[in-house]
Design a protein around this ligand. Structure first.
Ligand code: RNT
Ligand code: ZN
Length: 417
């Protein structure tokens, strides 16, 4: 596809959309403002730098053994730079606490501090990126099954200290980079089999969170993420959806909605308009569960499209923080980033280009056949010509042409690791 052809196709698309009263240039401006938070853990299957060879625990698992995973901080950065060069727009990077610049030293989780992330902040500045942050409860000798909800107060205190420090680091990232950092709190906490003291663990978790959030930070937006279950922890989850929904509403925090954390037929999109009435903002983990919380690479499926529609139609793009969360170790990892981020952008673009005014008119007048017909027809409008143009405008490859670039990077860089 030449630039000329892309330009021509865009002009035709613009005319077609104009017939429906849709302004493609306005949609492009809105898409340009959408900063997606790329999850650093796709580069190395959630290994981090404390003990890259160690086991991933905490009820989550990365499956696959594709060669070329990042082994250290330089390689993570190099891969993120490569991925973002193939994704149009300006994006954020979400770090986990195990990705600190520890300089070969053993820094325990209750000892992490700003100094271990200063080089990330400097790197982010140089690369024109903003940062988000996550405390890390898994893959540690004190992880156990319940982290912040553990029966043992010493264990809870350890994770409380870790999480407060994580939020402090996020605050400094937000301050230095001039954009509040989202801090996401996801901890594993459950049990494998029938549990009788369910109230006790939840009371423990609530108390731990109260201590954590008693500390106020001006440059952090706090999200709390629920989960349906963890692997090996199938019978009981302390931090269930009801638990965190209640906690977030009471404490004016964001709920983090991970698309893999609900029942298989339960859709995330329908939670947006309900939650925004009761919580300040939302943090999203765009993901793709296949039969379970499998964290497959995001694709342009119905769930992601409907999620984007809900956000756009609720006029909530400035209240929803879009982050990704998947870790596929079975395919080229940089390719995984590029596919998932571009798919997320496409979903938002389609939503921004939907004939919502007309759809609302149909709905208000009870014209339901017409509403469904227009929804169906709008799926096939030439949004991809608009996306190609968006890519060219941002100096990134349009269409499938990024495949060759990732193959070249694999040949020159990742296959030699
Ligand atoms: C796990 C949660 C959590 C993690 C990351 C690594 O089920 O989705 O968000 O995937 O923090
Ligand atoms: Zn998640």
């Amino acid at each position: 596809m030449t630039q000329e052809k892309i330009q021509k196709a865009y002009e035709q698309a613009r005319e077609r959309y104009a017939e429906l009263g849709i302004d493609t240039d306005a949609a492009l401006d809105a898409l340009q403002k959408l900063s997606i938070s790329l999850h650093c853990w796709q580069t190395d299957d959630v290994s981090g730098f404390e003990n890259p060879e160690g086991e991933l625990t905490g009820g989550i698992q990365a499956t696959g053994n594709y060669p070329g995973k990042a082994r250290n901080i330089e390689e993570v950065r190099q891969d993120v730079v490569k991925a973002t060069s193939l994704i149009p727009g300006n994006h954020r990077l979400s770090l986990h606490a195990i990705y600190g610049d520890f300089g070969g030293k053993n820094v325990d989780r209750d000892q992490i501090d700003i100094e271990h992330f200063q080089s990330w902040i400097d790197w982010a500045k140089e690369n024109n990126m903003k940062l988000d942050f996550n405390s890390t409860s898994f893959s540690h000798p004190k992880s156990g099954d319940q982290s912040l909800a553990n029966r043992d107060k010493a264990i809870r205190d350890f994770w409380i200290e870790h999480t407060i420090r994580s939020r402090k680091i996020a605050d400094e990232m937000g301050r230095q980079l001039g954009s509040p950092a989202c801090h996401n709190l996801w901890v594993h906490d459950g049990s494998k089999d029938v549990t009788v003291d369910r109230y006790l663990y939840r009371a423990n978790l609530k108390d731990s969170l109260d201590q954590i959030f008693a500390h106020k930070f001006a440059n952090v937006k706090d999200g709390v993420e629920s989960k349906l279950f963890g692997m090996g922890l199938e019978s009981y989850t302390v931090g269930s959806h009801e638990f965190y929904m209640g906690y977030a509403v009471k404490n004016n925090l964001m709920c983090t909605l991970d698309m893999g954390h609900y029942h298989p037929t339960e859709e995330t999109y329908d939670k947006i308009s309900a939650m925004l009435l009761f919580t300040p903002e939302i943090l999203l983990h765009v993901s793709r569960p296949v039969r379970w919380d499998s964290d497959h690479v995001v694709i342009l499926n119905d769930s992601v499209q409907m999620l984007a529609q809900e956000i756009v139609w609720a006029d909530a793009m400035n209240k929803v923080n879009v982050g990704l969360d998947y870790f596929d170790a079975s395919i080229n990892r940089i390719g995984a980033y590029v596919i998932g981020t571009r798919a997320t952008q496409k979903a938002f673009l389609m939503a921004l280009l939907s004939p919502i005014k007309k759809l609302r008119e149909y709905e208000a007048s009870g014209s339901f056949f017409q509403r469904l017909a227009l929804l169906e027809e709008s799926k096939a409008l030439p949004w991809s010509a608009v996306y190609d143009y968006f890519c060219v405008k941002n100096g990134t490859p349009a269409g499938e042409s990024y495949i060759g670039e990732i193959e070249a990077y694999e040949k020159e860089v990742t296959s030699k690791r």
